[in-house]
Design a protein around this ligand. Structure first.
Ligand code: ADP
Length: 475
């Protein structure tokens, strides 16, 4: 219930708010990951240092016991001093432990204790950090209890060693009595050594278990936080994609609306310009007639642009209503060429048309097909120099109609070919040759061809010409 409510309230936020919330969440998780990482490293390093310290502690304790046993039989003061030297290690660690138990420990005392215990000065920070912050956590708590018990046994060992020292120095005792007392003390030292060995094993095992559990927990935390970050990243990507799609749609809708609004006054302007141009001789001067002709030409150009914009928006918005009828390709090609005849004649272009004689009428959307042919043929006419050649070929294979429009015109520079179907893109050489293009024609061609389930591609070489191919599926 709670999560459904919060999800609902998240949905009610604006896109910008959602971004802010998600980014804030990512930031918080990142901070958490960093802190977690810092803690993990220090904890693991602390555990490693304790396990290493325990090794030194056990070794020194064992050496101390064997020096003491040696002393028992040799009575050499040097053996006793050896025992005392080895005992410094557990005693140093004990000093650190007792100091860390205080509410306000003296860190110099802790440090000296750990260093005396044979620990590396670099590990002192992590040893203290783990003890002070985690002494209540089960594994650490148990390990500290074992350590405390070990220290108590060390204190007992000190007592036994002291007694042994006094006994061996006591000249008032007969050798036999001294021997017997020392033997009894040695037995106690051995018993203590067995107890200490058990405690040392317990200490290592407790820390080992703890480190495995902590490693497991850290791994789980890492997996959860990484998954959360992944999810939030996907959420951001989805939000961005949705926002972009929305913006694109709003833009296209605006273009569509504006084009519709422009069309009505433009039709009137074109109609009056045409009527004026058709005025009988004497109505307008030659100069006025040339102005009107320019007016009409510009009006027609704007009309074509609006038609293009409307085609683009209806295809982009998916509002185009397709109408499939039988289309006679020969008639269609001829009609489109006839529209271009004036320009073809003006430029003295040689035009070669080959439409498969046996091609039956194909079931396709005539409006879209006309758009494709008009754009491809008018481009060939536009981008071919005077006296050049253009060719239109149509043939059919069982499931497809192939259209091929070629020319030996200016071609498309290799470095710009990848962008040629993009909205509003025009190659540099085309801009120099014809300043009127919109860069919408091929975008429309591709959208129309895709709408019909077909494919369009081209080959071209600058200064040599271009070949555009269209393949359309037919039933
Ligand atoms: P426009 O012709 O209005 O510039 P198009 O979208 O029809 O826009 O074509 C995009 C660009 O592709 C043109 O500007 C031109 O650079 C290049 N182009 C298209 N057809 C040809 C062609 N037959 N020969 C050379 N360049 C072409």
């Amino acid at each position: 219930m709670q999560s459904a409510l919060s999800f609902k309230s998240l949905k009610a936020h604006t896109v910008q708010n959602r971004f802010t919330i998600i980014i804030a969440l990512i930031f918080l998780i990142l901070v958490f990951v960093l802190v977690n990482f810092w803690f993990s490293v220090r904890i693991m390093s602390g555990i490693r240092a304790y396990v290493g310290g325990e090794g030194l502690w056990s070794k020194s304790q064992k050496e101390a016991v064997s020096s003491l046993v040696r002393y028992a039989s040799s009575s050499q003061e040097s053996d006793y001093m050896q025992y005392e030297k080895f005992l410094q290690v557990p005693l140093g660690d004990r000093q650190a432990r007792l100091e860390m138990d205080k509410p306000n420990p003296g860190y110099a005392v802790v440090r000296n204790g750990f260093i005396q215990g044979g620990n590396s000065p670099d590990d002192v920070g992590d040893l203290t950090f783990l003890y002070r912050n985690f002494h209540r956590v089960s594994y650490m708590h148990d390990a500290i209890a074992v350590w405390t018990a070990g220290d108590a046994d060390i204190a007992e060992l000190q007592g036994l060693a002291g007694q042994m020292h006094t006994t061996l120095l006591d000249t008032s005792l007969s050798p036999a009595v001294r021997q017997a007392q020392v033997a009894a003390l040695v037995t106690k030292v051995y018993d203590l050594d067995v107890k200490l060995t058990l405690l040392e094993n317990q200490f290592s095992a407790t820390l080992g278990n703890g480190s495995r559990h902590i490693a497991d927990a850290l791994l789980r935390i890492t997996i959860i936080t990484t998954s959360l970050l992944g999810l939030l990243t996907v959420a951001i990507a989805v939000l961005i994609a949705r926002a972009l799609i929305h913006v694109d749609r709003v833009k296209t809708e605006f273009v569509s609306l504006a084009s519709h609004q422009l069309r009505t006054p433009l039709t009137a302007i074109n109609w009056y310009a045409e009527s004026l141009a058709d005025e009988p001789q004497g109505g307008l001067s030659a100069r006025q007639k040339s102005y009107v002709a320019e007016l009409y030409k510009s009006g027609r150009r704007m009309s074509n642009l609006i038609t293009d914009l409307l085609s683009v928006s209806s295809l982009d918005l998916g509002t185009y209503q397709s109408k499939i009828t039988p289309v006679d390709m020969r008639v269609l090609v001829q009609t489109v060429l006839k529209d271009q005849q004036h320009h073809i004649d003006q430029k003295h272009l040689h035009c070669d048309v080959r439409v498969d004689e046996r091609l039956p009428a194909v079931a396709l959307d005539e409006h879209l097909l006309t758009g494709v042919l008009q754009n491809l043929i008018s481009n060939s006419v536009k981008y071919t120099a005077d006296d050049g050649h253009i060719a239109v070929t149509v043939h059919r294979q069982p499931a497809h109609v192939y259209i091929h429009v070629s020319d030996d015109g200016i071609g498309i520079p290799a470095r710009q070919q990848a962008q040629i179907f993009s909205k509003l893109f025009r190659a540099d050489n085309a801009k120099q040759m014809d300043t009127d293009g919109t860069g919408l024609g091929l975008y429309i061609v591709r959208a129309m061809v895709h709408f019909m389930g077909g494919k369009v591609w081209f080959t071209s070489a600058e200064h040599h010409g271009s070949d555009f191919f269209v393949r359309l599926p037919v039933r």
